[in-house]
Design a protein around this ligand. Structure first.
Ligand SMILES: *[C@@H]1O[C@H](CO)[C@@H](O)[C@H](O)[C@H]1NC(C)=O
Length: 509
């Protein structure tokens, strides 16, 4: 069985890895790239438009960016992420992108094997994560080159693939295929183990005199409550349980230990719910794919009651377009005001996203009654929320001013975003967020981290990046990879230093 021998998951005794990354989407890929020894330097001929930043970079141009003081470099920068290192790395890769400039990156990448930090990336599907599951036809939100990872121009890659490039935007299928290709050409594929499902991640406790046991069968230590008298202390390493699905469909359980654990799972896993009465009823769906299937099967053709679409994001807009193109009547309810500046439509250039601006136009024209028969099958309810769903397919809406309406519908689609799924952590990781004991979410309750290391404020040697720390755009998740790479290397340097000082070298690596 060569596969089992090669597979680091099936070692006995279990492997202890310096770093385990959970999630093989863009966050996990970008971190693996940097941990593999790819290092960014200020390129010799580059001139960053921000003079102050440029002179800071000049001061230490012999050092790679992860070897520099990230707090010093990111001081005074402003951008659309609340994480300073994310803003820093973004401006180095895409200088002044927010002002519409197309400056080239000021960085050049060098592969330096001596900086390799052993790690594995575990993911449910092929590298690219959730991008492989998204609807193939929907055009993606960001500009193509904002989806790209360091060292491989998305545009160059896509040009070689497409016959004609009309759009500056990419489809999810193209993005997914780019990520898969990226992992191959960068030579980092050996760090990736796909078709793996994580079932639990714990930091077991042990008593001070307990000899270090790395036996996965030894579950008793994990259940030992923290006993103050015995001074049980958390073991240093994380214990990761999961299984891998083989090509023949069989499941192989595994267990391994990690000195540092990185959460890179993204937030596409679990759709957000309204948490209202009747939401479990069979005509209420939280998936646009279910709606498209119903449309495809003709279940909503002819004279039907309207479909209720809840939400004002792009997925809700996609559903509105789908209904509109198929002559299905729509009731569109959303909480926000039409002139709310944080509405996503206000942030998309009209030229690039005409169809989303059409939806926004529909949402607005319904309110001024003069134009209300422009879209006879569409009705907009801004500043309305769902009070409940009734078993007889009626839904109760309430306006923010308190007015109630009861409407008969044929289907309800709740498309109000999604939450990360951290079920493998104790209490789903609730203790890690800014707000205690609430589910982790990208906008409302991201994982609380040190802004310059991305290490959890609550759990040492636990890191998170990407949407889990509030960075929804791929543009910004690279900053997390930079900060984590620096922090892990500093930790490694510290351990090496200690080993040299104590004259012993018993570290497992
Ligand atoms: C870690 O140590 C090496 C060798 O001393 C050094 O070159 C490198 O800059 C250190 N890394 C960081 C992040 O300081």
């Amino acid at each position: 069985m060569p596969l089992a021998e090669e597979n680091p998951l099936l070692r006995d005794p279990p492997l202890i890895l310096p770093v385990v990354i959970i999630g093989n989407g863009p966050s996990g890929i970008c971190l693996s790239y940097m941990l593999s020894g790819y290092r960014p330097y200020l390129s010799p001929e580059a001139l960053h438009p921000n003079r102050i930043l440029h002179s800071k970079l000049e001061e230490a141009r012999h050092l790679s960016i992860p070897e520099q003081d990230l707090e010093y470099l990111s001081e005074g920068l402003e951008g659309r992420s609340s994480n300073p290192v994310a803003v820093l790395f973004d401006t180095l890769l895409h200088p002044n992108a927010d002002f519409g400039y197309d400056y080239p990156s000021v960085l050049q990448w060098k592969l330096e094997q001596e900086h390799y930090i052993p790690h594995i990336v575990l993911g449910k599907g092929p590298p690219g994560g959730a991008w492989h599951d998204m609807e193939g036809s929907i055009l993606t939100l960001s500009l193509g080159d904002w989806m790209e990872l360091p060292g491989l121009k998305f545009k160059d890659w896509v040009m070689g693939k497409r016959r004609n490039i009309k759009s500056d935007r990419a489809t999810p299928a193209e993005v997914a295929s780019y990520y898969k290709h990226y992992v191959k050409v960068m030579g980092i594929q050996r760090n990736f183990i796909d078709h793996t499902y994580i079932t639990s991640v714990v930091r077991p406790y042990r008593e001070p005199d307990d000899s270090v046991s790395h036996d996965c069968e030894d579950v008793s230590c994990e259940e030992t409550p923290i006993d103050k008298e015995k001074k049980a202390v958390p073991k240093k390493n994380w214990k990761v349980h999961g299984y891998r699905r083989a090509a023949d469909g069989s499941h192989q359980a595994f267990c391994l230990f990690a000195e540092s654990l990185v959460l890179a799972t993204g937030t596409f896993d679990a759709p957000a719910r309204l948490e209202v009465h009747g939401e479990h009823l069979s005509y209420v769906s939280h998936s646009i794919a279910e709606f498209e299937e119903a449309v495809g099967k003709g279940r909503l053709s002819g004279e039907v009651d309207p479909v209720l679409i809840v939400g004002a994001g792009l997925t809700a807009a996609d559903a509105v377009l789908c209904a509109h193109n198929n002559n299905i009547p729509v009731i569109h309810a959303f909480r926000r005001r039409l002139n709310d500046p944080s509405l996503i439509f206000k942030q998309l250039p009209i030229k690039l996203y005409p169809e989303y601006h059409k939806v926004y136009h529909m949402m607005c024209t319904q309110v001024s009654s003069a134009a209300s028969n422009l879209y006879p099958t569409y009705k907009s309810y801004p500043e309305h929320f769902v009070l409940s769903f009734k078993p007889d397919m009626k839904c109760v809406l309430q306006s923010t001013s308190g007015l109630k309406k009861i409407l008969k519908i044929s289907m309800a689609l709740v498309l109000i975003g999604s939450h990360p799924n951290l079920f493998f952590l104790k209490e789903q990781g609730r203790s890690l967020g800014h707000h205690h004991n609430q589910p982790i979410s990208c906008k409302g309750n991201p994982v609380e981290i040190d802004p310059y290391t991305y290490e959890s404020c609550k759990e040492p040697n636990l890191f998170a990046l990407g949407p889990l720390v509030g960075d929804n755009f791929i543009r910004f998740l690279k900053g997390g990879a930079l900060a984590i790479t620096r922090c892990l290397e500093l930790k490694q340097n510290k351990t090496r230093h200690q080993i040299v000082e104590s004259g012993s070298d018993d570290r497992v690596s």
